[in-house]
Design a protein around this ligand. Structure first.
Ligand SMILES: [Zn+2]
Length: 151
C-alpha cells in the first residue's frame, strides 16, 4: 500500500502547535519516515518535519549530500553562541524566502529510525537545516528567526 501525503501550508495551526513526544519507535514510525522521505524528495526539499504532513509527532528528516538523517524526539543544544545569517525556504511556504539568523553550530540528540541513540554536532548549512526542522516540531517557523524581527 502506498500512502499519500499532503504538504501543510502556513498558517495552518498544526505548524504553530508543538508536536508530541514519540514513546516508542516502531514500524508505524518507520513508515511515516518513508512517507516523509518521499514527500521531501518529490518536492526537492532538504528537510521535513512530520507536522508538515499533518502528523503531529516529534520526527524530522534532513537531507545533506548523500546522507539522510531521520531523527525521533530531536533536542538541540547550543554550546557556541556564534550566529550565522542566511536565506531559507520552506515547503510549507511556497515561493517564499526569508533571511534568518541561526546558530552556527548545534548538537542534535534523539533516536534514529531504529530507536537507537542519535547524537551529532553539526555546523554550517547542515546546522541551519536541523534548526529549521527542529523549530517546526516546536510549533515555530522560519518567520520566528527573521533577521529583522524586533529590530
Ligand atoms: Zn520548513
Amino acid at each position: 500500500m502506498t500512502m499519500n501525503y499532503t504538504i501543510v501550508h502556513y498558517p495552518n495551526q498544526i505548524l504553530l502547535t508543538p508536536c508530541n513526544y514519540v514513546p516508542v519507535v516502531n514500524e508505524t514510525i518507520r513508515s511515516i519516515f518513508t512517507l516523509m522521505e518521499r514527500a521531501m524528495k518529490d518536492n526537492n526539499g532538504i528537510g521535513l518535519a512530520a507536522n508538515q504532513l499533518g502528523i503531529p509527532l516529534n520526527m524530522i528528516i534532513v537531507k545533506y549530500g548523500n546522507n539522510i538523517y531521520k531523527v525521533v524526539n530531536p533536542e538541540l543544544s547550543v554550546w557556541d553562541l556564534s550566529i550565522t545569517k542566511q536565506t531559507e525556504g520552506c515547503l510549507s511556504f511556497p515561493d517564499k524566502e526569508v533571511t534568518t539568523y541561526r546558530y552556527k553550530e548545534v548538537q542534535v540528540k534523539g533516536l534514529n529510525e531504529f530507536g537507537n541513540p542519535f547524537d551529532i554536532t553539526v555546523k554550517g548549512e547542515l546546522s541551519v537545516i536541523f534548526q529549521h526542522e527542529w523549530d517546526h516540531i516546536k510549533g515555530r517557523t522560519m518567520l520566528d528567526r527573521k533577521y529583522d524581527k524586533n529590530i
